[in-house]
Ligand binder design. Structure first.
Ligand SMILES: [Zn+2]
Length: 191
């Protein structure tokens, strides 16, 4: 809507300039691609920036192959929250029959504490009264913002939440993995 301040270049403005060049050069042609995943696969992983290209590379997934769902820590917090809702759409609408939950080593949500996250947000400019108000309005803010203590346990818990979800067909295969952020190696999590 507005140009960025010259002293603080905006990444969004850079993105928009890049996008104009890409479109002008007709670099993208997605006209022949279907929205349904060719491999009938969904992958739930973390929003970590190091996984943006590495994850599909390491898994051998191209555009059109799989539904990729990203959330902090690859964690399913709510049985009808955004991640689980996306899983249900993937299964019910997009023909997904196999689901991988892929946590990763050196994850930012490993050991994260809600109290310190709230303090960081306060330092970023959220007034203490608003923090107090948020906690009073929805006490979940104090627990949902906690990270996990053990990666494999967290992945197994997410797998279990999908497997036991009342709206997920029993025929859907759900498996959990940890990906090594440095090498891309996948290790299956038992359970
Ligand atoms: Zn992560």
């Amino acid at each position: 809507m507005t140009a960025s301040n010259a002293a603080t270049p905006s990444s969004i403005d850079e993105v928009l300039a890049h996008n104009r060049r890409v479109v002008e050069n007709a670099e993208i042609d997605g006209s022949a691609m279907a929205g349904r995943p060719i491999k009938h696969l969904a992958v739930i992983s973390c929003m970590d920036t190091r996984l943006t290209r590495m994850l599909p590379h390491a898994l051998g997934l191209a555009d059109g192959d799989a539904v990729i769902i990203k959330a902090a820590g690859a964690t399913i917090v709510d049985p009808y929250g955004e991640v689980m809702r996306s899983v249900l759409v993937a299964v019910g609408e997009l023909g997904v029959t196999e689901i991988m939950v892929v946590g990763h080593t050196n994850c930012g949500t490993h050991g994260m504490r809600a109290a310190s996250l709230l303090e960081a947000l306060r330092k970023s400019g959220v007034a203490q009264e608003r923090v107090d108000e948020a906690l009073a309005t929805d006490p979940r803010a104090a627990t949902v913002l906690n990270g996990f203590s053990r990666l494999e346990t967290e992945v197994a818990a997410s797998v279990e939440k999908i497997r036991t979800h009342p709206l997920v067909p029993p025929s859907v295969s759900v498996r959990g993995f940890v990906i090594n952020i440095e090498t891309g190696a996948l290790t299956e999590v038992a359970g």
